[in-house]
Ligand binder design. Structure first.
Ligand code: AMP
Length: 191
């Protein structure tokens, strides 16, 4: 199996790039944000629990998020590998992901991070908000909070995977094709 964490702040292009990479490498794309939004849309219990956090740009608690991720892995037990998008976001999630991979006699092969300046992120997210229908993309203060939460709570995972010698940074500014190419060079090297 090849298991990649696509990392980066909100608006860095993880979802867009994951859509190309999953085809190219035959991997299952799991976006925890997408799974939450699906559950909110369908008014499930999980969706109701997650909504209040998401609307404020805060993280959904680890226990809820880890359980959900574990279910998504179980639904795709025959996968060739995974692209994790938006997960892990805390050290507890990274630890849990390690255990879940162990259970599959597998491992995380790389964290590949898209690096983009904050002001470009805000611009991109406000632009996306015009069509995404996402409440958390529509309001600049919520967008800035999501970026702050990323730096306060999530960015430390760079050190976590660097210590495991699995961290790769990629310039996330440029054309979509150019960025896919940069990411592919990393994935080709490690898989
Ligand atoms: P995203 O689509 O990745 O930008 O996620 C949208 C929102 O869903 C985030 O701002 C969080 O509120 C929530 N979320 C997504 N993934 C996670 C996660 N791994 N841990 C906690 N909250 C998450």
């Amino acid at each position: 199996m090849t298991n990649i964490i696509l990392f980066g702040p909100p608006g860095s292009g993880k979802g867009t790039q994951a859509n190309f990479l999953k085809e190219k490498y035959n991997l299952v794309h799991i976006s925890t944000g997408d799974v939450f939004r699906y559950n909110i849309k369908n008014a499930t219990e999980l969706g109701t629990m997650a909504k209040s956090y998401i609307d404020k740009g805060q993280l959904v608690p680890d226990e809820i998020t880890i359980d959900m991720l574990s279910n998504e892995l179980d639904k795709n037990s025959d996968a060739n590998g995974f692209i994790f998008d938006g997960f892990p976001r805390t050290e507890a999630q990274a630890e849990a992901l390690g255990h879940l991979m162990d259970d599959k006699d597998s491992q995380i092969d790389a964290m590949v991070a898209l690096e983009v300046d904050d002001e470009i992120l805000v611009e991109r997210l406000l632009e996306r908000g015009k069509t995404s229908g996402r409440a958390d993309d529509a309001d600049e203060s919520i967008i800035r909070n999501r970026i702050k939460v990323y730096y306060d709570e999530t960015a430390i995972l760079k050190d976590y995977y660097q210590k495991l010698d699995k961290f790769y940074g990629v310039d996330g500014v440029g054309s979509i094709e150019a960025i896919t190419q940069r990411l592919s060079e990393v994935i080709d090297k490690i898989s």
